[in-house]
Write a protein that binds this ligand. Structure first.
Ligand SMILES: [Zn+2]
Length: 637
């Protein structure tokens, strides 16, 4: 049950200044670097012929693509691999479905040549181990344009979401079939004439492996470079170059190989040569040791463009690809028959009789709510209940307590795993997307977006009771968006916004609504360029046609948006708050020290940034990833 007094969730309040979280992570692993390796790839001269469609372009760009890590260190010892008892417990649950680690048939390497043989063997082992998996793949891309004050800023954006079959070919079934068609058409219109470039969704997931079919010594040369730490993990670094005439689309770049089992943990580079009239992007691909013996592909960052003087920058973009849902059922045919869980409706009245009409109506709605939440979780779109929910529920509780709201059932919260900024509610469950939590600057702003959904619940704007019929849960995962939807009519939206303002004014957040106003101003400033990020798939959008339409009364509050004011943080970059475990989809708050903003360019509101996960070995990883916020969650229930 809910607590009787309101509280701030400390984690969110202190992180108001923690904008550049990923940068913080990338720095924190640095120890007594033995080798200095100046990271100055940006000063590389613009590649001649960059805007052409010359197939050799990727090679010319290569010099700038392998940005050396700032984390190299040689003195640090790998952390202990002994899991604690609580970690063991956590891991036991999903362990049943993990592939068993395959022992190497090769001897423990004593030479670099043997290391190469070993990681080639491990790479093929990984492909085999993951061959039955169909994880969710999300790519979010921002086209860039130069702003004199802010540097490269988004000019447009694109979004792809699908399931990737890790089997025979890297292929994706797209959740967004209809929209994707439109997106591809638009891209063709925009770029085809210049480059014949398409942002194929497939393209961004290619780099889960260096080379699917021919990763071996007859197609590639391997050159050992040095040792280097990535996070807690000591790695051997190799440059990989395709042999002459070894075929099209071969990997060219660098791999980082951990030095215990010799698995590749990071790949950085591109593919050469490109087929005629097409183009391979540069990518930086990271893997995580989420199951014993294997490092599974998790994040891929891609970037193109050069903003130095005199360069005609016809194509520039940044894109993040995230992979999760490895543990989802591949063949969902049987599982599509969603089980109805009615535990929590079990006779709270203690009456041994039929439900009254009102009780029956409420039970019906809860049945629908449970069906939907379970179905979304099965499809890999919703995180299982976890630590982030404790924070969200504390904020909702603060709004409820100070407004004397007493609902027949407690309000629950869940995290939608995707990037587009959205909230919706199903029955008494409020759902908020990972991307939206990421960009919110403070707890008051989080309270504001949650208050709109709480208002729907308080006003009885119940949606989706039709989902109490189980036949309506029988659809394939990739048609989830076509089968579920929780959009309200405009009258309900207006009423919910009005009620939300009342709730906020009576809440502990009333004094902090100036910050919330700034967030909505920042959102409005970027909304025309971020159509894909603001396109919702299940709930009502925060903005339509480039205009913010959620809680518009708040946008007049607070000071004017001023990029030059470094202490004014109106919205954060994507990816800084919520971290998803790609194996079991659990969400947790990112734990990072605040990083000082030193220029307007550091703010990067709503923007995509590179990935720099702090790598750790299996067993050690759960300890390192334990969110500090867990202890701040409400415990007084
Ligand atoms: Zn609404």
């Amino acid at each position: 049950m809910r607590t009787t007094k309101w509280m701030f969730t400390v984690a969110l309040l202190v992180s108001i200044s923690a904008t550049a979280q990923q940068a913080a992570e990338s720095q924190s692993g640095s120890h007594n670097a033995v080798q200095s390796n100046p990271a100055v790839p940006t000063s590389a001269p613009p590649a001649p012929g960059y805007p052409d469609i010359s197939p050799s372009r990727p090679e010319q760009q290569q010099s700038g693509a392998t940005a050396p890590s700032s984390q190299q260190a040689m003195s640090q010892q790998p952390t202990s691999q002994q899991p604690t008892s609580s970690q063991t417990q956590q891991q036991a649950a999903s362990q049943a479905t993990m592939p068993a680690p395959a022992p190497s048939t090769l001897p423990q390497p004593t030479t670099m040549d043997q290391v190469v043989d070993r990681f080639i063997e491990r790479e093929h082992g990984l492909m085999k181990a993951l061959a039955t998996r169909t994880p969710v793949v999300e790519t979010y891309l921002q086209n860039l344009t130069a702003d004199p004050q802010l540097g490269p800023v988004p000019s447009a954006d694109h979004y792809f979401l699908g399931r990737m079959d890790m089997g025979e070919t890297v292929d994706r079934k797209d959740y967004l079939k209809e929209q994707e068609k439109g997106m591809e058409t638009r891209l063709m219109g925009g770029f085809n004439k210049l480059f014949k470039v398409q942002y194929q969704p497939l393209g961004f997931s290619w780099m889960v492996y260096a080379d699917r079919t021919d990763f071996d010594r007859s197609h590639y040369d391997f050159h050992y470079i040095r040792r280097e730490f990535l996070g807690d993990v000591r790695c051997l670094v190799f440059d990989v170059t395709p042999k002459k005439n070894s075929g099209k689309g071969r990997f060219l770049g660098r791999v980082w190989v951990e030095d215990q089992d010799y698995n590749i943990v990071r790949l950085n580079g591109t593919y050469v040569p490109a087929p005629r009239n097409s183009y391979f992007f540069h990518m930086d691909s990271w893997r995580l040791n989420l199951i014993p013996g294997y490092w599974v592909p998790a994040y891929i960052y891609s970037e193109e463009g050069d903003f130095s003087a005199g360069v005609k920058n016809k194509m520039a973009f940044k894109a993040q690809t995230r992979i999760w849902g490895y543990d989802l059922k591949k063949d969902g045919k049987d599982d599509e028959l969603t089980q109805i869980r009615v535990d929590s409706v079990k006779d709270e009245s203690a009456a041994v009789q039929d439900a009254s009409p009102l009780q029956a109506e409420r039970q019906w709605q809860q049945q629908a709510e449970d069906n939907v939440i379970e179905r979304l979780t099965q499809a890999g779109l919703l995180a299982p209940e976890g630590d982030v929910d404790h924070i969200l529920q504390t904020v909702v509780n603060n709004l409820e307590v100070t407004n004397n709201i007493d609902l027949p059932r407690p309000v629950r919260t869940r995290v939608l795993l995707t990037a587009p900024l959205e909230t919706f509610s199903v029955g008494n469950t409020i759902v908020i997307s990972r991307g939206l939590i990421d960009v919110l600057p403070d707890e008051a702003s989080l309270a504001a977006v949650l208050s709109h959904e709480l208002a729907h619940i308080v006003l009885g704007h119940n949606l989706g009771s039709k989902y109490a019929f189980n036949d309506r849960m029988l659809f394939s995962d990739d048609s989830t968006y076509a089968n579920l939807g929780f959009k309200h009519i405009p009258e309900e939206e207006t009423a919910a916004d009005k009620k939300a303002i009342d709730l906020l004014n009576n809440s502990p957040y009333a004094q902090k609504l100036d910050n919330v106003g700034l967030f909505f101003k920042a959102l409005q400033a970027r909304a025309p360029q971020l159509n894909a990020l603001l396109t919702t798939h299940l709930g009502n959008p925060l903005a339509e046609a480039g205009t913010v339409n959620r809680l518009t009364a708040l946008a007049t509050k607070g000071p004017a948006l001023d990029n030059a004011k470094l202490d004014q943080v109106a919205a954060l970059p994507l990816g800084g708050r919520v971290k998803i475990n790609p194996w079991d989809d659990k969400a947790e708050m990112v734990k990072t020290a605040p990083v000082a903003i030193t220029s307007a360019r550091d703010k990067m509101p709503f923007e995509v940034t590179p990935f720099f996960p702090r790598l750790a070995r299996w067993g050690a990883s759960t300890a390192a990833a334990t969110p500090t916020t867990a202890s701040n969650a409400p415990s007084s229930n």
